[in-house]
Design a protein around this ligand. Structure first.
Ligand code: ISL
Ligand code: CA
Length: 557
């Protein structure tokens, strides 16, 4: 089958190196720390590691502001240690995918330092420099991290564009020299032997010519300007060029991080005959529980989640491939957001894992998810570290909001929930560091940690391990077609997966009550085999199953 690919069969494990494991006691996770934990990841059974940025960076946005693409961040280690990590991972059959952050660089990157020196610097056109309009920025676009998307630079009396922090100036992809520099750098890493890229906000790289004001956006509020750069006019031309000149020459996987995409837009990036990317991360399910902005939280509905997932499945079926995630380094912890992190923490973490691994697509596990790590209770503003969080705090203070109200919002949404240190054991600082951790450790580490999980055969960890194995032993888990059951039910998520003559049934109860599931006739007529479940199952599958709170079962039927 032409469409069989290793990256479809793989399970990816995302590592946020700063918070994974600190090997030298400076309070910051590092590359030798990851090497020490490779055996743990091998035990879990994952195939690929995606590393958040580890390049040289002044860390305005924890490595998403890169000052040298050919060097390693001081705190994380050296290039020798990276080579060792790559080698040790490969020895264990684990591939490594790197973050590629090329929509912007750090303002400390040498290209930018050159570019800001004078209007006729050979690097001027590597970025977007524009004169102001009557003492104001060149247009009304706002930044993802608050405030205008432009920064005035007195040295030449012009502004530069930054869609993210002021220390993250946007690269000008319309300049062919920029593109050639990026491709050269990508080849340099691929020639080292890395196995692919996760491409940061890669659908924002092409801006509409003239950088026009966004009048409608301004009226609506929220992020202003994105319609002039999200999925911009030349983005496919650039990605096809990148594919032709770089990606197609290697056996690698690529996944684009792409806010503002619908399935129709996504097809243009991932359909096989387009020769652009393998997969992308969309945000539709991340937007289910908020309105207008991520900070404005509302309850989410299971039917919305089902609709979104089914829509994406149908759109890419046989033409492209989905990536599956429920949290990452920018999002709250999934068990706190979509499950119940109190009395049903273990059950609901396993249920969410079941969905993640048995839907069609490549699953991405975020570090700590496999032991059911939860959101952290932050007691005061000085416990936060994330630039987006701190900027939001400042903005809300200026608007007169009280500390308590801001803290309440941040305790739901801050990106720092994902960034508290990995909980390895019940010793000081959860065994993450012998020094002072760069960010608060979640106080629940005595209860929730790796050591405990490895000692308990019913732990979330071993449930993940089993799910990952199911992908290896049952091709229907990877390739099977999805048929939805109970589509409009607000508590039950159920579907079948069919591949050749293999058929699986997945049933999940997303509620805290017992619910009845009535299996369709063709399902209970055969002798089904239970492949995995998160409760002890006594009953044989019958026409009617009573599902306990957050119960999930997978049958071969
Ligand atoms: O994090 C978000 C919401 O809290 C997103 O809006 C996020 O800023 C967006 O998805 C882009 O994220 C990526 O690029 C950013 C970086 O800060 C994020 O960590 C990264 O995942 C800028 O490089
Ligand atoms: Ca360290």
């Amino acid at each position: 089958d032409l469409h069989k690919k290793w990256w479809k069969e793989a399970v990816v494990y995302q590592i946020y190196p700063r918070s994974f494991y600190d090997s030298n006691g400076d309070g910051i996770g590092d590359l030798p720390g990851i090497i020490e934990k490779l055996d743990y990841l091998q035990e879990l059974g994952v195939d690929v590691i995606w590393l958040n940025p580890i390049y040289k960076s002044p860390n305005a946005d924890n490595g998403y502001d890169i000052s040298d693409y050919y060097d390693i961040m001081d705190e994380f280690g050296t290039m020798e240690e990276f080579d060792r990590l790559l080698n040790e991972a490969h020895k264990r059959g684990i591939k490594i995918v790197m973050d590629l952050v090329v929509n912007h660089t750090s303002d400390e990157h040498k290209w930018f330092l050159e570019s800001r020196k004078s209007k006729d610097s050979p690097y001027r056109n590597f970025y977007f420099w524009r004169p102001g309009k009557n003492g104001k920025p060149p247009n009304n676009w706002t930044s993802f991290f608050g405030g205008p998307a432009w920064e005035y630079d007195p040295q030449t009396g012009e502004y530069y564009l930054h869609l993210f922090a002021t220390k993250q100036p946007d690269l000008n992809w319309d300049n062919p020299q920029v593109r050639q520099e990026v491709y050269k750098m990508m080849k340099w890493w691929l020639d080292k032997g890395i196995d692919g890229f996760r491409m940061d906000v890669i659908n924002l790289i092409s801006k509409v010519e003239g950088l026009p004001d966004d009048r409608e956006g301004e009226k609506k509020g929220g992020l202003v300007g994105f319609k002039y750069y999200a999925n911009g006019p030349r983005v496919h031309e650039y990605l096809q060029e990148m594919n032709r000149e770089v990606l197609s020459k290697y056996d690698i996987m690529t996944v684009g991080e792409t806010p503002f995409v619908t399935p129709e837009i996504a097809k243009l990036y991932v359909e096989y005959d387009r020769n652009e990317l393998n997969m992308l991360f969309h945000f539709e399910h991340m937007d289910m529980d908020c309105e207008g902005s991520k900070w404005n939280v509302k309850p989410w509905k299971l039917t919305d989640l089902k609709k979104i997932m089914y829509k994406w499945y149908l759109a890419l079926k046989d033409k492209g491939w989905n990536s599956l995630y429920l949290n990452n380094h920018d999002q709250p912890r999934m068990v706190s957001r979509f499950g119940n992190d109190k009395e049903y923490r273990v059950e609901s973490a396993k249920l969410l894992a079941t969905l993640l691994h048995t839907w069609q697509g490549t699953p991405y596990i975020y570090q700590g998810e496999e032991i059911g790590m939860t959101n952290c209770k932050f007691e005061s503003i000085d416990e936060f570290r994330d630039i987006e969080t701190l900027n939001f705090y400042r903005e809300m203070k200026e608007k007169g909001m009280s500390d308590d109200s801001i803290l309440e919002i941040l305790n739901k949404r801050s990106r720092d929930h994902a960034r508290t240190p990995m909980q390895w054991d019940d010793s000081n600082n959860a065994g993450f560091t012998t020094g002072k951790p760069w960010i608060k450790v979640n106080p629940n580490y005595k209860e929730i940690n790796v050591k405990k999980a490895l000692a308990d055969k019913d732990s979330i960890f071993y449930y993940y391990k089993k799910l990952i194995q199911l992908r290896k032993t049952h091709p229907a888990v990877v390739y099977g077609d999805v048929q939805m059951l109970y589509e409009s039910d607000e508590k039950i998520f159920a579907y079948t997966r069919s591949y050749g003559n293999e058929k699986l049934l997945v049933v999940m109860n997303f509620s805290e009550e017992e619910v009845e599931f009535c299996a369709p006739k063709e399902i209970f007529s055969n002798q089904p085999e239970l492949l995995i479940s998160n409760y002890e199952v006594e009953d044989d599958i019958q026409q009617k199953i009573v599902l306990k709170p957050y119960e999930s079962r997978v049958y071969k039927i």
